[in-house]
Design a protein around this ligand. Structure first.
Ligand SMILES: C[S@@+](CC[C@H](N)C(=O)[O-])C[C@H]1O[C@@H](n2cnc3c(N)ncnc32)[C@H](O)[C@@H]1O
Length: 476
């Protein structure tokens, strides 16, 4: 069978037409919930909104949303209601810290050790560092003790992180790691945090969604790609001292006695569960939370275990451990194998049935499988990823419905995606599944597209730009 994007095969055209018809029908059923959101911007729903914000900007986690968004949501929907907030995809803990600073306790689940490490170090910095610890850290900025330190502590690499740094940077990192062993645990944790925060900037790599891009100076190049220059590669000593200064200055601000700033709330408890939310959620208490605020991985093939490989290797994960994490992640890469969801939790059968009955999703699954069989997909893992994504999300959402109190809100940031020439309305499919799981869909806020961006995104095939939305669901 032949098919190109301009003149698709009749069967392809028919399957696509069915998707468009079902999409239009669903859009009609959500027409009162869809709403423009001039108060939201791409900046607020992304990490950019944390730029310059004390502590939130230490580690550049490109997949994070802003503390401002969490504060807005808590202010609008949660208010002074007593209770606890949950984020099953906690990342570097934006929801947790923003809720806690407003006096609302928060629980988070995060799979990747990089997010876990950032959350733990930040908690320690806010709650446990003494003035002596701070003085020790200040002495590191003044005297750069690693420079004269003779015992280097080598770090491990995995195949995708080999030769990621200039040789003088490797030496400096090893001396830094050696020297920090002399300090007590709390000081070590902050020094390690600073190291994780500068790795990308002192390396030949740049994080680029699906993979790490390599600067041509590394001598590595992905086959079929153009030579890439990431700009300045920072010298280690300058990068680490600047980062330590930033961290210390923020710690001093956060630790200011509450009495100096009477408006400031005391920080509420934060609890971090390390692991997959698919495993942890079924262990959480029923009707225990006042809100869920989250952003799952998008169904966009972004592979966090590759983009964050430098950090995972520095945290001493082996290649096998990184591959295992890739499989544990919510299915969002073409390498994800199917998960045995009923083995994880037999009670999820109704959630899986609900997803399997969602008509638009089923039409999309049929279409992608058809295109795979016809050999037209650029990667045959796409149908499995899309199927897995929605089934796993249905289980996560079903669990969220179980742990939320009546009338509690769930707020989710997510992006629509496009495969094989077809737009997938992730927002409407998940919201429709949510209705069957016991939620009322209150709003689907559409994040405005920057002016000038849309024609660029429309590309050669007259594509419409993909929606980025914030969904607000209320537990019935
Ligand atoms: C879009 S990011 C969330 C970022 C977060 N809102 C923040 O501001 O830092 C999605 C997160 O989900 C995590 N994740 C992916 N699969 C997971 C799973 N099965 N269980 C728990 N976390 C998972 C990823 O590691 C990533 O940190």
């Amino acid at each position: 069978m032949t098919s190109d994007r301009n003149t698709p095969h009749p069967e392809t055209a028919e399957l696509r037409a069915k998707i468009v018809a079902l999409d239009t029908e669903l859009a009609e059923s959500f027409k009162t919930q869809f709403s423009g959101a001039p108060f939201l911007s791409r900046k607020v729903v992304s990490f950019q909104g944390n730029k310059g914000k004390p502590a939130y900007s230490w580690y550049k986690y490109k997949e994070a949303f802003s503390a401002g968004l969490v504060e807005y949501f808590l202010g609008s929907y949660v208010g002074q209601v007593s209770g606890k907030v949950l984020d099953p995809f906690a990342g570097i803990g934006t929801t947790l810290f923003a809720a806690s600073s407003q006096g609302i306790p928060a629980d988070g689940i995060e799979l990747l050790p990089i997010g876990q490490e950032i959350i733990r170090a930040r908690l320690l910095s806010e709650r446990e560092l003494t003035s002596n610890d701070i003085a020790t850290l200040e002495s590191w900025i003044k005297s750069l003790p690693w420079k004269e330190f003779s015992e280097r502590l080598p770090f491990s690499t995995i195949p995708i992180t080999e030769n990621a740094y200039p040789p003088e940077t490797v030496e400096a990192i090893e001396r830094y790691r050696g020297a920090l062993q002399q300090e007590d645990e709390k000081v070590q944790a902050i020094l390690r945090l600073a190291l994780l925060c500068v790795l990308e900037s002192v390396s030949y790599t740049r994080k680029d969604g699906q993979y790490l891009r390599w600067d041509a100076r590394s001598g590595k190049r992905r086959p079929g790609t153009k030579a890439f220059n990431k700009g300045e590669i920072l010298a280690f000593d300058a990068a680490i001292t600047a980062k330590l200064k930033e961290i210390l200055s923020d710690i001093r601000d956060v630790q200011m006695p509450v009495t100096l700033f009477p408006v400031k709330q005391p920080m509420a408890d934060i609890r971090l569960f390390e692991g997959s939310c698919l495993e942890v959620l079924p262990t959480l208490e029923t009707v225990a939370y006042t809100a869920v605020m989250t952003s799952p991985p998008y169904c966009n093939r972004y592979d966090y275990t590759r983009t964050y490989a430098l950090e995972l290797a520095m945290l001493e994960l082996t290649k096998a451990e990184v591959s295992h994490l890739r499989q544990e992640m919510l299915s969002c890469t073409v390498e994800n194998r199917e998960k045995d969801l009923l083995k994880i939790c037999p009670q999820w059968k109704p959630f899986i049935e609900i997803a399997n009955q969602q008509k638009l999703l089923q039409a999309i699954n049929t279409y992608l499988q058809h295109e795979k069989d016809a050999g037209t997909l650029n990667n045959n893992g796409i149908p499995r990823m899309v199927r897995g994504y929605f089934l796993e999300m249905a289980c996560v959402m079903g669990e969220c419905a179980r742990v939320l109190k009546p009338n509690a809100r769930l707020l989710m940031v997510n992006d629509n995606v496009r495969y094989a020439g077809v737009s997938i309305s992730v927002d409407m499919i998940l919201s429709d599944i949510a209705r069957s799981l016991g939620f009322e869909v209150e709003k689907i806020w559409v994040v405005p597209i920057k002016k000038g961006n849309s024609s660029q995104q429309m590309g050669t095939y007259g594509r419409v730009p993909l929606r980025k939305c914030v969904y607000v669901w209320r537990r019935r």
